[in-house]
Design a protein around this ligand. Structure first.
Ligand code: NAD
Length: 359
């Protein structure tokens, strides 16, 4: 992407507050800023302690706490949450936690139009996007709707101190994946490119520090800052083969979200590399390498992340079905997507083969 290339960039009205301790200290002010007086706080079971502290900080402006968020937002969980929000007379929601909790807040927003405040505790990036997801009968549907875009995002590095190292690493690489695909997205732009490069640089620098010292607040802040930038890239662009592949592996085959992104990313990037020399050059500069797929894999494997889809529990017999599903979906990718091409990527990721730029 050169500075003079044509582009379209759309920005949405999102307020971002970034401060250690802000989960509790800033949410009441954000609610007032949005004119909200009765907020339902939603979270998963692990995030309940922080969510309860947020609820207490809201005082009379808290309409209740719903701690039932689950991975991939099952539709029956969303239905119950909507009923709870309506019964409580909520005029807004606060989602505290990872992508699953924020996904539940988005599902409530989708059905009710209630404004959402997001307080993320992982690096998944959902808080910066207008994308929702709902799972029914084992099938995950996603869509874009500006109503689910959180109006206010409160980033608190202290919330991420409890993230175990394995999830820190895989969630960090999940964020890197957004930046990587944004660099070659059909709707990329100079601002997206700047955010992507800075996000990649900051996350790649923070992860080894966090693996060595998971409670280092400075490195936690760096990683969360990177997650914000990478999430903003995700929200501003259309994702390609990597995200579609991970969507199918998670939605249809039940593989864990962040770990799947971590294993798959180097292989998809090596596959797309011949078609995206400018993105590869930008990533190479950000990571100070001339072989980004290998550098990404060395980074995650060196920090103890899973190496293969086999390790994550994918059945070898499912590779062809997964490849057919991924090739059958309509989406933009710099290289044409064929079943054989996807199968090649999947097989390499399944076996955890060595990876290198293939051009
Ligand atoms: P998650 O929210 O399911 O969290 C993973 C695990 O980590 C959970 O067990 C959770 O309780 C725990 N956890 C979260 N924060 C923690 C913390 N600070 N300390 C200790 N444990 C913590 O997973 P995720 O990777 O954050 O999000 C994945 C989900 O989000 C998927 O369903 C994915 O599809 C969705 N997602 C959506 C978008 C979007 O734009 N719509 C973007 C990214 C991810």
């Amino acid at each position: 992407m050169t500075g003079s290339a044509d582009f379209v960039y759309e920005t949405r009205p999102v307020r971002v507050v970034f401060r250690a301790g802000a989960a509790v200290s800033a949410v009441p002010g954000e609610a007032r800023h949005l004119g909200l007086r009765r907020l339902l706080v939603v979270c998963g079971s692990r995030g309940e302690t922080t969510a309860r502290a947020v609820a207490e900080a809201l005082g009379d402006a808290c309409a209740g706490l719903y701690a039932e968020a689950r991975m991939h937002v099952p539709v029956e969980v969303a239905d119950r949450a909507v009923a709870v929000a309506r019964a409580a007379g909520a005029d807004g929601c606060v989602a505290v936690g990872g992508g699953s909790a924020i996904g539940l807040g988005k599902a409530i927003a989708l059905r009710t139009g209630l404004p959402l405040i997001a307080v993320p505790s992982t690096y998944a990036g959902s808080e910066m996007t207008p994308v929702w997801g709902l799972t029914e009968h084992g099938v995950k549907r996603t869509g874009r709707d500006p109503v689910v875009q959180p109006r206010s995002v409160v980033y608190d590095p202290e919330l991420t101190l409890s993230l175990p190292v394995p999830l820190t690493v895989t969630s960090g690489v999940n964020a890197l994946a957004h930046a990587v695909e944004a660099l070659y997205a059909p709707d990329t732009s100079p601002l997206v490119s700047l955010m992507a490069r800075e996000g990649v640089r900051a996350m790649a620098e923070a992860l080894p520090r966090l693996a060595a010292e998971p409670t280092g607040l400075d490195a936690r802040g760096r990683a969360l800052y990177a997650a914000w930038l990478c999430g903003a890239c995700l929200g501003a662009t259309t994702m390609g083969l990597h995200h579609k592949l991970c969507h199918v592996l998670g939605g249809t085959f039940g593989l864990p979200h962040a770990a799947t992104h971590t294993v798959v990313l180097p292989y998809v990037l090596a596959h797309n590399a011949p078609a995206v020399p400018q993105a590869m050059a930008a990533l190479g500069r950000a990571l100070e390498t001339d072989d980004t797929p290998r550098a990404l894999r060395d980074l995650s494997v060196g920090l103890g992340a899973p190496r293969s889809l086999a390790e994550l529990g994918l059945d070898e017999g499912d590779l062809t079905m997964a490849a057919e599903q991924v090739a059958g979906l309509p989406y933009a990718n710099p290289r044409p997507v064929t079943t054989q091409g996807v199968l090649g990527v999947l097989r390499a990721a399944f076996e955890g083969r060595d990876v290198t730029v293939s051009y």
